[in-house]
Ligand binder design. Structure first.
Ligand SMILES: [Zn+2]
Ligand SMILES: [Zn+2]
Length: 163
């Protein structure tokens, strides 16, 4: 079973458990900057194929719970108190809510240029990269130093997708 199959299985399990069989469907999308989405019109929860393959099981679980909570709380709840109650009742522990892209939160590689700009990569950086914020052209003075994300970098949360 691939990682994506496992995500799909778990999603369908959660949907059946909390929303009822045959109510909502699950699928993957191609988003790169958010993990999940809850489409109320289509009654469909989707998770980024791109990110799901790179998430830990715990992160996937959190993303799914986040979206199932949206489905339960309804479109008007947004990320307000009603949604939060529902989400935490399901076991969602995300304590920070990000409206922006979440990709950087979970990218396993973190890079910092000499000026302190942060960069994120999903794949192991294989060649020298220079900071594009410091200079648009490659400049070896701005080479980014990479390290792998550790538990200390992402304390307790998986950040919330925007939708
Ligand atoms: Zn820089
Ligand atoms: Zn959300």
């Amino acid at each position: 079973m691939t990682a994506l199959d496992a995500v799909r299985l778990r999603a369908e399990e959660l949907i059946a458990e909390h929303l009822g069989t045959g109510t909502w469907t699950f699928g993957f999308d191609h988003a790169k900057t958010r993990a999940g989405q809850c489409d109320f019109a289509r009654r469909r929860i989707t998770v980024s194929r791109h990110l799901a393959a790179r998430f830990s099981d715990d992160d996937v679980e959190q993303v799914l719970l986040h979206e199932v909570a949206h489905a339960l709380a309804g479109p008007r709840a947004g990320h307000g108190a009603g949604w939060k109650r529902t989400a935490s009742a399901l076991g969602y522990t995300g304590s920070r809510l990000h409206d922006g892209p979440i990709a950087s939160e979970l990218a396993p590689w973190i890079g910092v240029c000499p000026a302190g700009h942060e960069h994120f990569r999903y794949r192991t950086p294989t060649r020298q990269l220079a900071c594009a914020r410091c200079s648009r052209r490659f400049d070896s003075r701005n080479v980014i130093a990479w390290r792998r994300r550790t538990a200390a970098d992402a304390p307790t949360t998986v950040s919330a997708p925007t939708a």
